[in-house]
Design a protein around this ligand. Structure first.
Ligand code: DOR
Ligand code: ZN
Length: 344
C-alpha cells in the first residue's frame, strides 16, 4: 500500500479567490499547495479588461504569505460589450492567459455575462488569433431547461458551434459534470476540461438525500452516479485533456446555510488531498501527477513546475469553520476525515 507520494507541485486551473479582505484567507490556502492558479474574474465588479486584471493581480500578490512564490494567472470576464481590442490588449499583457464565458445568470456574479453568444464571433476570432484560451461555464440559463440537463443542452446548442467555427481556439470546458461533457472533450481537438474534487467524489444524493446539504451545493449541480463514474474514468485515464481545477468558491457559512443558499464549495483547504483520495480509491495513484501537475500547463503552453510536494497517508479532519474576515467559511467534506496530508 502506498503511504507516501512525491509529485511535482500542482497548479489549480480553476479558482475563485474573491477580493478585498477575503484575499488574506483564500490566497494563503491555495498558495500552500499550488504553484499557480487560474483566477476566475467573477468579482462583484467583474474583471472586464486588462487594466482591471493587472490591478487585481497586484492585490493577490500583496496578499501572499511571506516567502510564497504563488503565481496567479489572470482571466478576463466576457460581456456583451467585450471587443476584439480588449482581447488584443489582454494578450499583450502576458499575465492574462484566458477569457471566461459566463452565460448571463448562470451562476454567482454572472449578471454581466453574455446574453447572446453568437454576437461574440469577433471576440472569439481575436482570441484565436492572439492565443487566449476560452474558458466556458457550459450551462444554459433557460428556466425551461431542467437544472440537471443544463450542461448537456449548452454543449448541443452552443459549444458544438463554437468548436466548429473556431477550430484553432483552445477551449476548456470548466468543471465538467456529465458523461456528455467528457465525450465532447474526447471527440474534439484543442479541447480540454477541468474536473473538481466535489464532482469526482460526490453525486446528487450527497446533496439531497436524507436532508439538504448546502455545503455540497455548487454549479453546475452535482449529477447522478453514472456521470460521476464517467468523470472519474476520465480523470484517471491519463488522457491529457483532463486536468485539475478545483472551482474552490468560498461563500460565508451564513450565505450558504440560507433559505436561498449560494452556489460554491470551498475545497482549497484540502484540494490535493481530496483528489488523492479519488485516485487512491481507483488504484490509480500513478496517474495523479499527470492530472495535477503536467496536463494543465501543457494545454496552456506554460512550463511545468519544478518544485515538489509530498503527500502522506495520515488522516486529519478539517475544522467546522475557518475564520473569513468578520465571518466564517465552512470547508467542503468537513464531516469526515481526510485520508491524506501534505508533508511539511
Ligand atoms: O458553484 C459555483 N460557484 N459555480 C460557479 O460557477 C461560480 C462559483 C462562485 O463564484 O461562487
Ligand atoms: Zn468557478
Amino acid at each position: 500500500m502506498t503511504t507516501q507520494l512525491t509529485i511535482i507541485k500542482p497548479d489549480d486551473w480553476h479558482l475563485h479567490l474573491r477580493d478585498g479582505e477575503a484575499l488574506s484567507t483564500t490566497v494563503a490556502f491555495t498558495a500552500k499547495q499550488f504553484q499557480r492558479a487560474i483566477v476566475m474574474p467573477n468579482l462583484a465588479q467583474p474583471i472586464i479588461n486588462a487594466e482591471l486584471a493587472m490591478a487585481y493581480k497586484q492585490r493577490i500578490l500583496d496578499a501572499r504569505p511571506t516567502d510564497s512564490a504563488f503565481q496567479p494567472l489572470m482571466t478576463l470576464y466576457l460581456t456583451d460589450n467585450t471587443t476584439a481590442d480588449d482581447i488584443k490588449q489582454a494578450s499583450e499583457s502576458n499575465d492574462i492567459v484566458a477569457a471566461k464565458l459566463y452565460p448571463a445568470g448562470a451562476t454567482t456574479n454572472s449578471s454581466n455575462g453574455v446574453t447572446d453568444i453568437d454576437k461574440l464571433a469577433p471576440v472569439f476570432t481575436a482570441m484565436q488569433k492572439h492565443g487566449l484560451l476560452l474558458l466556458v461555464h457550459a450551462e444554459v440559463t433557460d428556466n425551461s431547461v431542467d437544472i440537471f440537463d443544463r450542461e448537456q443542452v449548452f454543449i448541443d446548442k452552443h459549444l458544438n458551434t463554437i468548436r466548429r467555427d473556431f477550430p484553432e481556439l483552445k477551449i476548456v470546458l470548466e468543471h465538467a459534470t456529465t458523461k456528455q461533457a467528457i465525450a465532447f472533450v474526447e471527440a474534439n481537438d484543442n479541447t480540454a476540461a477541468t474536473l473538481t474534487p466535489q464532482h469526482l467524489l460526490f453525486n446528487r444524493n450527497d446533496l439531497l438525500a436524507g436532508g439538504i446539504r448546502p455545503h455540497n451545493y455548487c454549479l453546475p449541480i452535482l449529477k447522478r452516479e453514472t456521470h460521476r463514474l464517467a468523470l472519474v474514468k476520465a480523470a484517471i485515464s491519463g488522457n491529457r485533456k483532463f486536468f485539475l481545477g478545483t472551482d474552490s468558491a468560498p461563500h460565508t457559512s451564513h450565505a450558504k446555510e440560507a433559505s436561498c443558499g449560494c452556489a460554491g464549495c470551498f475545497t482549497a483547504h484540502a484540494a490535493i488531498e481530496l483528489y488523492t483520495e479519488v485516485f487512491e480509491k481507483e488504484n490509480a495513484l500513478d496517474k495523479l501527477e499527470g492530472f495535477s501537475s503536467f496536463y494543465g500547463p501543457d494545454f496552456y503552453n506554460l512550463p511545468r513546475n519544478k518544485s515538489k510536494i509530498t503527500l502522506i497517508k495520515e488522516a486529519w479532519k478539517a475544522p467546522p469553520n475557518y475564520s473569513f474576515g468578520d465571518h466564517t467559511l465552512t470547508p467542503f467534506r468537513q464531516e469526515t476525515s481526510l485520508n491524506w496530508s501534505i508533508s511539511q
